[in-house]
Design a protein around this ligand. Structure first.
Ligand SMILES: Cc1cc2nc3c(=O)[nH]c(=O)nc-3n(C[C@H](O)[C@H](O)[C@H](O)COP(=O)(O)O)c2cc1C
Length: 179
């Protein structure tokens, strides 16, 4: 069974998550291609898809949104999982007591839930190095109000990423996932 893991990443954190998910699925016996959304025109020829993006200002990156637009028919006709990277930090709840991962769901999750019917949508914590960022991100990230909510560090939770990848492998093994 062939699985595509397509990702949009600006500074590498989401790419690392995508590669890790690909490794987990590969170790579970699937034939996996981990690809950049921007590099793929038509995403045909796979039995299942994982699509992920970094979240910036509550949105998936344009490359990922365009990939979904181009491939809506293919994605909605196959088992599909969506993931995003961001937020930063280790807190479980924010200052209002709201679950941090829940609050960091990109806007696209609600929309794609209706149009693509994914089997799962997962937010993972991301990574951020202020010395690496460029252009407009640099201006936004250094605004005092923003700086406080963008702690520096690599907060990716590899055990949660591995567990999610394994749950997808298990789901694909179940009879109803077969094309
Ligand atoms: C300018 C800026 C805006 C961000 N906005 C969000 C956001 O709205 N929600 C979120 O969860 N994370 C946000 N983040 C954190 C990034 O999503 C996180 O660093 C992510 O892991 C980066 O992935 P990448 O390296 O693949 O681009 C933001 C980071 C920066 C620098």
């Amino acid at each position: 069974m062939k699985v595509m893991v397509a990702y949009a990443s600006k500074y590498g954190a989401t790419q690392g998550i995508a590669q890790r998910l690909g490794k987990v699925l590969d170790e579970c016996g699937y034939e996996v291609d981990v690809v950049k959304c921007a590099d793929i025109d038509r995403a045909s020829g796979y039995d299942a898809y994982l699509v992920g993006s970094a979240t910036y200002e509550f949105n998936w990156r344009k490359d990922a949104r365009r990939f979904v637009e181009r491939n809506e028919a293919e994605l909605s006709a196959h088992p599909l999982w969506l993931f995003s990277s961001g937020p930063l930090g280790t807190e479980q709840v924010d200052k209002d007591g709201k679950d941090v991962l829940e609050g960091a769901r990109p806007k696209q999750f609600a929309e794609y839930s209706d149009t693509l019917h994914p089997r799962g949508m997962q937010v993972f914590r991301g990574a951020y190095d202020p010395d690496k960022i460029r252009g407009a991100d640099r201006i936004i990230a250094w605004m005092p109000a923003i700086r406080d909510i963008l702690p520096k560090g690599d907060f990716r939770e590899w055990s949660a990423i591995d567990a999610w990848g394994k749950s997808i492998a298990d789901d694909l093994q179940s009879a109803d996932a077969r094309p």
